[in-house]
Design a protein around this ligand. Structure first.
Ligand SMILES: Nc1nc2c(ncn2[C@@H]2O[C@H](COP(=O)(O)OP(=O)(O)OP(=O)(O)O)[C@@H](O)[C@H]2O)c(=O)[nH]1
Ligand SMILES: Nc1nc2c(ncn2[C@@H]2O[C@H](COP(=O)(O)OP(=O)(O)OP(=O)(O)O)[C@@H](O)[C@H]2O)c(=O)[nH]1
Ligand SMILES: [Mg+2]
Ligand SMILES: [Mg+2]
Lengths: 292, 282
């Protein structure tokens, strides 16, 4: 673990009363390694370590006997502060319909998360309509319909030949007629560098004015997270992240990267393939996980 | 990367480190590669940054030069059918890769049969069925919730009866650290082997190019469970470089056989090590 590695570093520095800057730098090299191995972005690691360094050097009482724990404590608290510290609650409409739009790269877990969110809404006394705006992936609408049956939520897929924008727009009307106070819109996976598909997403967003635009991100994503999260956020103004597949053993450093560069909070985490595997995000638990 | 640079200095090495890490090459491999370059700069008295770049391509190419790793062709077995089993974690592109490989195989005149052995995920059977229709190939499917091993078994029997050359079997995505799911996969491979009279001709581990360091855990644990014979690296049409496969080739010797470069059935290419490393350093 990181604490063990740092104990090793500090054992070599034993006998000194106070940590020198050089000692801090040696300790920070281990922290740097831990963060990079956890998939935290190269530049985010640099900036993060700078904050830790300032805090560590500014610390007055520094017993080298507990130096390792002190550094880990500082790192953990800085990580937790960075990951948290923002309103991670769902923004509901003060009255009328609340609209959530889910987007992200191919295979990140959007459709499954839509199903999970419908269940989450029911547990919070609301009645969601699921909307199938992925007209490209084979049997995408069927996938959402099966999930809708499992979670007992209605699914709206528009009619044959409609564009995703038309389906989304009609869905709001359908929800109003059928008494659904929450509308959850599933969209096709897409690359942030696919101009036409990003434009489609911007048009869907324009048509339905979502209260939440959730970017769904796979927890095993590496350094690329900063690239696409920034692009999606610039184009659409993302209001929250959903970090999926956290039931795996990926450390999830991408969460720190995307939070740091966009300022957008993680609002939910996916903890499994079943529809009840959706949890609130816990910054302190995520910090421990990233540190390994 | 090194254009406009007059000389080799520590800032060049810093920039190289940044590029490689941002391409998801593991820290361990980056450190080893750069240490090798520093040493060669000294012993070979390099002064031109282009020497560094060439040296780096050689060092990284070394990982891919592992003899086991260089055999990029797909194996076939006798008697037919040849069986290709697709495995991997959730959402990486297994089902779509089956469609792509099926198109390639049938384009050269061979006959293929699909096995819808993802009996768990919502809409999985329908998704593969849609591809079977589009590609005009047969498909063996059972009910959702059925035993995946039974689907693969039936597909092999059917392929024999119909004189079909290839069976391509889809499996459900699964997290590699879930013991019961890896055991299910072991059983699929065992049943397939028993029915085939030999191991599956290919067990293709499908991996997403956006995956970071967890890719090593995936390769390791899937290989422990089933005889992985090659990797299909998907979504290289995005901005992710897939650098983690260098460590996988280096540490586990698994060949990267195919690359996914889009969502259409035609978006499948043979793995090109030179092009891959070039893109890594771009
Ligand atoms: N283990 C695990 N699997 C998940 C989780 N969320 C989604 N999945 C799985 O990930 C795979 C992809 O999920 P989808 O919901 O189809 O992903 P998507 O983003 O809609 O995919 P596209 O529409 O093709 O872009 C499926 O096998 C899901 O069951 C999670 O939290 N944990
Ligand atoms: N851009 C791009 N998208 C891809 C590629 N390969 C697959 N996809 C997309 O990735 C998403 C997931 O593909 P699937 O084939 O369903 O993945 P899977 O591994 O079978 O997923 P599960 O069965 O749910 O575990 C789909 O939207 C595909 O179109 C690729 O090479 N490039
Ligand atoms: Mg989907
Ligand atoms: Mg699949």
């Amino acid at each position: 673990s990181l604490t063990d590695k740092l104990q090793g570093v500090f054992a070599r520095l034993r006998g000194r009363g106070r940590l020198t800057e050089k000692d801090i730098d040696e300790a920070l090299r281990e922290v740097r390694l831990a963060l990079l191995e956890a998939d935290v972005h190269y530049r985010v690691v640099k900036e993060f370590l700078q904050r830790v360094r300032e805090r560590a050097i500014g610390t007055e009482v520094f017993e080298s006997l507990s130096g390792a724990q002190t550094v880990v404590r500082i790192v953990h608290s800085e990580l937790t502060a960075l990951l948290g510290g923002s309103d991670a609650r769902v923004q509901f409409a003060p009255k009328g319909q609340t609209v959530l739009m889910l987007c992200g790269l191919q295979g990140s877990g959007k459709t499954t998360t839509c199903g999970k969110l419908a269940g989450w809404m029911r547990r919070h006394g609301r009645h969601a309509l699921l909307v199938a705006c992925d007209i490209y992936r084979p049997a995408a609408r069927r996938q959402l319909e099966v999930l809708g049956e499992q979670i007992k939520a209605p699914v709206y897929g528009g009619s044959q030949g409609q564009s995703p924008v038309q389906i989304a727009r009609d869905a709001l009307r359908h929800a109003a007629v059928n008494g659904n106070d929450v509308v959850i819109v599933d969209t096709a996976g897409r690359l942030h560098i696919d101009e036409a598909m990003m434009e489609e997403l911007a048009q869907i967003r324009e048509a339905i004015q979502p209260h939440e635009t959730l970017l769904v991100v796979d927890a095993m994503t590496g350094q690329d997270a900063v690239n696409f999260a920034t692009d999606f956020h610039t184009r659409l103004s993302v209001s929250g992240f959903v970090l999926t597949k956290l039931d795996g053993d990926a450390r999830g450093g991408a969460a720190l990267s995307i939070r740091h560069v966009t300022g957008v909070p993680v609002k939910f985490v996916g903890m499994g393939e079943k529809l009840d595997n959706l949890d609130a995000f816990h910054p302190d638990r995520m910090a421990s996980r990233i540190l390994g | 990367l090194v254009t406009g640079r007059g000389r080799i200095d520590e800032s060049l090495f810093d920039d190289l480190e940044e590029s490689l890490i941002k391409a998801d090459v593991s820290v361990r491999l980056v450190t080893t590669a750069l240490d090798t370059l520093r040493e060669r700069t000294r012993t070979e008295r390099w002064s031109d940054p282009d020497d560094i770049l060439r040296g780096l391509r050689q060092t990284l190419g070394q990982a891919l030069r592992n003899p086991a790793v260089r055999e990029v062709g797909l194996a076939t077995g006798a008697p037919s059918p040849s069986l290709y089993l697709f495995v991997g974690v959730n959402g990486v592109g297994k089902t779509t890769s089956i469609a792509k490989l099926t198109r390639r195989l049938t384009a050269s005149g061979a006959k293929a049969l699909l096995a819808a052995a993802d009996t768990f995920r919502a809409g999985a059977i329908e998704q593969l069925d849609t591809w079977a229709d589009r590609l005009d190939v047969g498909i063996i499917k059972h009910r959702p919730g059925a035993d995946p091993s039974a689907v693969v078994f039936d597909a092999i029997q059917a392929a024999r009866a119909r004189h079909i050359d290839y069976v391509l079997a889809d499996t459900a995505g699964r997290i590699q650290t879930k013991a019961h799911l890896m055991e299910e996969l072991r059983k699929v491979a065992r049943v397939a082997e028993r029915s085939l009279g030999r191991r599956p001709d290919e067990v293709l581990l499908v991996m997403d190019a956006t995956t970071g360091q967890n890719g090593i855990s995936q390769a390791r644990l899937f290989t422990e469970a089933v005889p992985v014979s090659g990797i299909i690296l998907t979504k290289l049409d995005g901005t992710a470089r897939g650098g983690i496969v260098l460590s996988i080739a280096d540490e586990l010797g698994i060949p990267i056989k195919l690359v996914g470069s889009g969502e259409r059935a035609e978006d499948l290419e043979d793995f090109d090590p030179e092009a891959f490393i070039k893109a890594l350093l771009a």
